[in-house]
Design a protein around this ligand. Structure first.
Ligand SMILES: NC(=O)c1ccc[n+]([C@@H]2O[C@H](COP(=O)([O-])OP(=O)(O)OC[C@H]3O[C@@H](n4cnc5c(N)ncnc54)[C@H](O)[C@@H]3O)[C@@H](O)[C@H]2O)c1
Length: 288
């Protein structure tokens, strides 16, 4: 298979990442089906297009024709089978839980055409933890987008030991078609490149808050003013979702059993209180 053979892309999950990945693919001219178990998330994704694109057209980022075509190219459905059955390439962007991803890939393998490639947008989980739930591990890899996926250009493509070079190459070529800068990681490692750096920053920032050394606002100010970061770690956690940070840490802790991988008390508290960041209008900051 070659990248030119890809006509239909299926995106699983219409959450913070999924709906923007779907529209990124549609803007690149692909027929896209986006599926989610939650009808509410599918409606939200459609609503997003109605409010977001007019602003972008007026800023000159895309033309009205490009946007109209992209919206026409994208379908949202709760029906998994319908979304998957004609896909040439599937990007899974459902919740960050290995058990759910494995189940999804098993289902995908049963329904999707034999030639279809399956990529996971997981933030940390290497695809070898998922690929053996299919009968096509050579066609499974990581394709890790960044938030917001319509804006951020970088995509990490991770080739696991089971991933064929053809699959990794097609995924890199697809990045290019989607106007993204792919980086090809030829070895799997938990968290890939960017999130390994980010995790180290989050860990230190949360430790300083948990120890009462400084507030989230002060730490954000320190990192933006002194280190030139465009956004502080707490504002970034609010943006990507404190629920996601908690789930990622919890998954890791369950896997390693190492107490240092446990979610920090501040993140556990935010998660329990439903203060998940921008999506819930409150996190370390308020977004009312
Ligand atoms: N948020 C980020 O900044 C970010 C960045 C890069 C990658 N990721 C990764 O992207 C994936 C999704 O993250 P998100 O932040 O968009 O999460 P989210 O919680 O916003 O969205 C996840 C969506 O998956 C849906 N879902 C759950 N189980 C499903 C199933 N069985 N079938 C179909 N849909 C299902 C949920 O209803 C929800 O709409 C995760 O693997 C995450 O690690 C997130």
């Amino acid at each position: 298979m070659k990248v030119e053979d890809i006509k239909r892309i299926c995106v699983i999950g219409a959450g913070s990442m999924g709906h923007q990945i779907a529209f990124s693919a549609a803007l690149a001219g692909y027929q896209v089906s986006c599926t989610d178990i939650s009808l509410e998330m599918l409606y939200k994704a459609q609503d997003f297009a109605r409010t977001y694109f007019p602003q972008q057209v007026s800023k000159g980022k895309w033309t009205q024709e490009q946007v109209d075509q992209a919206i026409k190219n994208t379908t949202f459905t709760q029906n998994f089978e319908e979304a998957v059955r004609d896909a040439d390439f599937v990007i899974e962007s459902a919740v960050e839980k290995i058990s759910i991803k494995r189940k999804l890939f098993e289902e995908l393998d049963r329904i999707a055409p034999a030639h279809a490639i399956f990529a996971t947008n997981s933030s940390f989980i290497v695809s070898s933890k998922i690929a053996d739930s299919t009968k096509r591990p050579d066609k499974v890899c990581n394709m890790h987008f960044f938030n917001p996926a319509l804006i951020m250009k970088i995509v990490e493509v991770v080739q696991g030991p089971h991933t064929s070079t053809e699959t990794a190459q097609i995924t890199m070529d697809l990045c290019k078609k989607m106007n993204k800068n792919g980086i090809w990681l030829k070895k799997e490692i938990y968290g890939f490149v960017v999130n390994r750096f980010l995790s180290a920053i989050y860990r230190e920032a949360l430790y300083l808050v948990d120890m009462g050394v400084a507030t989230p606002e002060e730490i954000d100010l320190a990192l933006t003013n002194a280190l030139g970061h465009p956004i502080g770690p707490f504002r970034l956690m609010d943006f990507t979702g404190n629920d996601l940070t908690y789930i990622i840490d919890m998954e890791r802790y369950q896997e390693t059993g190492d107490p240092k991988d446990k979610p920090s008390p501040s993140i556990a508290e935010k998660y329990a209180k439903g203060e998940w960041g921008r999506k819930s209008k409150k996190g370390f900051y308020s977004y009312e």
